[in-house]
Design a protein around this ligand. Structure first.
Ligand SMILES: O=C1O[C@H](COP(=O)(O)O)[C@@H](O)[C@H](O)[C@H]1O
Length: 269
């Protein structure tokens, strides 16, 4: 692995020769954050995305983590979900259940999946209400800078277009300031209806990890991490808008996703 500080305050880039090496380090990173949060707060709140990220978490289900992580203290959320049935192939919940949740002893009552039996508008409102209740009792922390939830860790994948969670380039959802959770009905990537955390929630987390593998993401990685000119339109690249206010951002990249990194960023490519 080569590591370096990213261009923004409190960000770090980790570049790995292979996706397998990335998966090894990602498991260790998550397990360390879990241990710290359980020590400090008595629980660990983690929000997951879908896509390639979930298979990159595979080493967490193996030794030593299967036995060393305090799974009963985990509270699991989704940074975004597609509006399909929970047993549908496109469901982020199904993917997570098949590849991760079914392999570790996280309590069912600590898994906060998004309702697939109501409209996206209702599901978003219900999910936000649930999170508000958990913030009230401090299972989920609260940001010192605003009233947003402060998840211990939000894990984000990134599409080749730079989308994160279900926040897509130039979408009005990128502008939301008050909402914690919103819905969209016009996703450029199918399925069109989705529920997603807003940027204020993502940027209020204690830790955000951005995970990207594959050459098709190299240009988006470069643009999201490089210094930008004054005229750069941030909304053209949602990943660039991920800038935790008080938390720490770490990028996990394989060598192909890092292949266009600026040398000035310290990226080894
Ligand atoms: O549609 C989505 O795509 C992104 C990126 O997925 P990837 O397979 O290219 O890594 C994912 O992070 C998001 O959760 C998902 O809904």
């Amino acid at each position: 692995m080569s590591a370096c500080s990213g261009p923004k305050i409190k960000s770090e880039l980790r570049v790995f020769e292979s996706a397998d090496e990335l998966a090894t380090d990602l498991a260790e990173y998550i397990s360390q954050l879990s241990e710290n949060s359980v020590k400090e707060r008595g629980c660990f709140t983690i929000a997951l995305s879908g896509g390639s990220l979930i298979s990159l978490m595979r080493k967490l289900c193996e030794a030593p983590y299967d036995k060393t992580v305090d799974w009963t203290k985990w509270f699991v959320f989704w940074a975004d979900e597609r509006a399909v049935a929970k047993n549908h192939i496109d469901s982020n919940h199904k993917l997570t259940k098949d590849l991760f949740l079914s392999k570790v002893p996280i309590l069912n009552s600590h898994v906060f999946s998004i309702n697939d039996n109501v409209t996206v508008e209702e599901a978003a409102a219900e999910y936000e209400f649930t999170i508000r209740q958990l913030v009230k009792i401090r299972t989920v922390g609260v940001s010192e800078s605003n009233d947003c939830p402060k998840f211990d860790l939000i894990l984000l994948g990134m599409g080749p277009d730079g989308h994160v969670a279900s926040l897509f380039p130039h979408h009005p959802a990128l502008e939301l300031k008050e909402e914690w959770v919103t819905y969209i009905t016009d996703s450029p990537k199918p399925p069109p209806e989705r529920i997603t955390f807003t940027l204020p929630v993502i940027n209020s987390a204690s830790n955000v990890a951005m995970v990207a593998v594959g050459e098709e993401k190299a240009m988006a990685v470069h643009l999201a991490t490089a210094g930008a000119g004054e005229n750069f339109d941030a909304s053209s690249l949602p990943a660039r808008m991920v800038q935790p206010t008080d938390g720490k951002l770490v990028w996990f990249l394989d060598s192909t996703a890092a292949s266009v990194l600026d040398v000035s960023n310290g990226g080894s490519g």
